[in-house]
Design a protein around this ligand. Sequence first.
Ligand code: ADP
Length: 580
Amino acid sequence: MGGLLLAVLAAWRIALFAEQWALTELRETGAARVALYAATLRDNLEKFRPIPYILARDPRVRALLQGESSPLRLNPHLEDFAGSAGALFFLLDQRGDTVAASNWRTEQSLIGSNFAFRPYFLDAREGRPGSYYAVGLKTGQPGFFLSYPVLAAGRLLGVVVIKVDLAELELSWRESGETVIVSDAYGVLFLSSRPEWKYHSLRPLPQQTADWLREVQYLGHPLTLLRAERQAGGEDNVLHLDQRSFLEQSRQLLEYGWRIHYLSDLQPVRTAFRLALAVAAVLTASLLLTLLFLRERRQKLHSRREAEEARAIRELNERLQEEIDQHRRTETTLRHTQEELIQAGKLAALGRMSAAIAHELNQPVAAIRTFLASCRLLLARGRMDQVGANLELIDGLAERMGGITGQLKTFARKSRGRREPQDLVTVLSRVLSCLAPQLTAQGVSLYQDLPPAGTAVVAGDGPQLEQVLNNVLQNALDAMAGCHDPALSLHLSATDGEAVLLCRDSGPGIAAEALDALFEPFVTTKEIGRGLGLGLSITYGIVREMDGTIRGQNHPDGGAVFTLRLPLATPLPQARSSHP
Ligand code: ADP
């Protein structure tokens, strides 16, 4: 809407500019034309001005006026002069009667006519040269009269008059197609390229003046008012005449008391305005249409792009949905497979467990049987002292069997769910003191890097935590059995809300077959009778219950490293340093 208003305004401004431009052109041309017409008119009149003066000095004229000659002698002369000059020559006596005339031969001969009423005669009678535009009394033809007195010793003998015919000049104006008019001091148009305006006045005439002019100058012409409306706007005079508008440019012809007017039809200016408006309107309309078209195209492209994007997104969604479905199917299949594997794993584990337990128990059971048989023999022989030694051995075997079943019990036992603050430094030193004889026996060098007591406090069950540490350290000692320069390093830290224990040994490292299933039950590389493969599995269960993690890996420089991470609990109120 704003754009349309702007376009209309722009078209209007362009049209106004074109109108101004056309008006300026018209004004400039008009100014030049009016100057030219004024000069031509003046030339046409002024070339005759000396003639009456010259004639007034002609001895033949004087002779006639003084009664020394006959008009018959002067008339042919006047006719001759007039013929070459293209004007009418005549001579008036002191009463204003025509005594000689160049048109003496024609029917309209002026001879005998009295012109004493004409202002040019009155002027000459006063001794002045006269000039005057009037309609001929006899001829009915208008013309410009120039008069000059013929004087003898200051006495008026007569008046020489010539009448310059301006009909041809007027005709040339008419033929040029331009509008030129000349008005006298009263505003009466007496020369006009438009005949219909001639002898009309531009302004109202007082009755008396009109009568006098009709009588003396424009003989019989009604001198009605021309229906012209003048509109002065800015530097221009606009004249509305005959339902047309003209730009009026005029010049004063002071020496005659006249004004010459050049009228330029304003139609071309109006046409220029309308044409420019039409062109500008068409141009702005096409510009607007182009802009609208471009906008619509942009919108279309935009919506097409949006539709394409929407389609792409839809396709992507469909593909994603498909992939999700595929994943779901795969997941279901995997779950089934996993369940099957678990089932199979469970069966395998059960098999392995049965074999291990059978192995572990078979040996002491067989030994107990042997010792019992030997006891029976010894009893029969009355060797009581040896029976006691055998019973000791049977007791040891039973204890070993109890240990095995005890381990199984631990494995099967549900957590007691006790979570009390346990200082890892304290727990570690307890476990180490239990293992001290073994450490000494194997000649293990122990390196410890521990935080102050009371800082690495975790929440858990004391004996379970001991079991965890014992399993890890026992495994390290087992691994280092028979190693040269065995070394065990323990590093404990408590930062960022967790306690981290690193336990590194100098053993051969974790065997490849055990590495992948380190924490699964009944995974062992130890020889029969030395391990059930339950230690790390139990450890894993306890650690997980304490919201911690445990992982075992081989150190690049050899040996195994076990990393135990447990969340820190609130520190103990009274910290007691218990490590060396
Ligand atoms: P077990 O001690 O009865 O074999 P575990 O579950 O404690 O059962 O250990 C499983 C296996 O992990 C061990 O048999 C051994 O092969 C491996 N292992 C554990 N700790 C270490 C270690 N420090 N160095 C080398 N291997 C280890």
